[in-house]
Design a protein around this ligand. Structure first.
Ligand code: HEM
Ligand code: HEM
Length: 219
């Protein structure tokens, strides 16, 4: 067998070597939980925010819902900090398919932009509220105190919150579309490893069919 279809044989490797291979090729359980919890939270919060902005709600009801949006947003920020920290600590696994260089670069940029969006959305919302002179009450558990009003900073926060929100919606649509394209059109395990971790061959520590054409590695 030559070139790109040669299998990587990892059958005689030590546990440590197999774990290293798995780390390079797969998403660990924590990463997968982090990804899907934050994905749902961010999509939900984007929808919630748009609803608040455009549903034309009566003033009192809108006020209550904004309070809830802020409180949930602060909790999402806490989990988001942990999620981004964990990704930076672990690094990104290698991509599983042969892609043109521009697609590799676009995918890296998109992943970093998504990570930035996870932090930028709540931070901009928090800054906008606090520097408008409004405290943030998080479900009665704790309150982040209001700051002295700084209207330029509050407006910057609101502007970033609004436009980063629209940018993020476009990016998430592209990102989810790319994941579907990998799954349906390329038929590679990119989506599967974010759902179930590494492929069965990887977890058995046996033969991994290298779709990136890396050649043969023997233990
Ligand atoms: C966690 C992620 C968050 C996401 C994805 C998110 C998303 C959004 C979106 C898409 C809007 C509508 C923007 C527009 O078109 O005007 C919005 C509005 C808003 N968000 Fe957030 N938000 C988040 C967190 C927060 C936090 C933590 C706060 C404050 C503590 C906050 C405060 C607000 C406020 C005050 C509005 C304006 C509502 C209105 O007056 O119509 N958000 N949010
Ligand atoms: C239904 C929606 C989504 C699908 C189907 C999806 C699918 C995926 C898949 C398959 C990967 C792995 C890519 C690879 O191996 O190269 C991935 C990675 C990633 N996704 Fe998503 N995703 C979705 C929503 C989101 C959302 C809403 C965010 C953030 C706002 C997000 C942020 C990320 C990031 C930062 C990565 C890079 C790896 C990591 O840090 O977890 N995804 N996604």
């Amino acid at each position: 067998m030559t070139g790109k279809n040669r299998p990587i044989i990892i059958s005689h490797r030590t546990n440590h070597e197999i774990q290293t291979m798995q780390k390079v090729l797969s998403y660990d359980f924590t990463s997968r939980i982090n990804h899907w919890v934050i994905a749902l939270a961010m999509i939900g919060m984007l929808g919630f925010g748009l609803y608040l902005a455009y549903a034309g709600l009566p003033r009192a009801e809108r006020g209550d819902l904004i309070g809830m949006h802020k409180a949930i947003g602060v909790l999402v920020f806490g989990f988001g900090l942990w999620r981004v920290f964990w990704r930076i600590l672990q690094g990104f696994p290698k991509s599983l398919s042969v892609m043109p260089a521009w697609q590799e670069t676009a995918s890296k940029l998109a992943h970093w932009a998504l990570l930035a969006g996870i932090l930028l959305m709540p931070v901009s919302g928090i800054v906008a509220s606090l520097f408008h002179g409004r405290a943030i009450d998080v479900f009665g558990w704790f309150t982040i105190p209001a700051q002295a009003e700084l209207s330029w900073l509050a407006s910057l926060g609101s502007g970033v919150h609004q436009f980063a929100g629209y940018g993020l919606i476009g990016l998430i649509a592209l990102h989810a579309g790319a994941a579907l394209k990998h799954h349906v059109y390329d038929a590679d395990p990119t989506l599967q490893r974010m759902l179930r971790g590494c492929s069965e061959a990887d977890s058995a520590g046996e033969t991994h069919q290298d779709t990136r054409g890396a050649g043969e590695v023997k233990g």
